[in-house]
Design a protein around this ligand. Sequence first.
Ligand code: DQA
Length: 143
Amino acid sequence: MRVLVLNGVNLDVLGRRDPTQYGGLSLSELESRIYEWARGLDLSVQCRQSNDEGEFIHWIHDAYDTVDGLVINPAAWTHYAWSIHDALEPLRVPIVEVHLSNVDEREEWRHVSVIADLVATRFAGHGPDGYRLALEYLKEHAT
Ligand code: DQA
């Protein structure tokens, strides 16, 4: 099973961002964990991160015919980027939304997710383990 893990804007500077919200791992440390979990679950995973919304959207387009599941943390784009909503809409594989922090208990603007109607499920506030939960979910719900 092929799974794409997409991390959005500013997640490349994990480790420098508020550790009380995002923990202390760098992006490469987080991705190493994701690859390790993927191996344990026998999933073929590719992790990508971008600060460029256009590039992020191209990766979603490329995923239409190449993956069996998507894990996505659009970061701040979650809250306003309808272009990402529209890019995800034609994807015919399960999408799992992940947030390191518990967005529902933070500022009100973080309570909105423009992709909420498209995702199979969401894990928020579990820190890095949210990605493990997302991979386990996809494994369990593989068609
Ligand atoms: C985030 C939460 C977003 O509100 C924030 O803009 C991020 C990261 C998270 O993983 O907790 O950059 O998606």
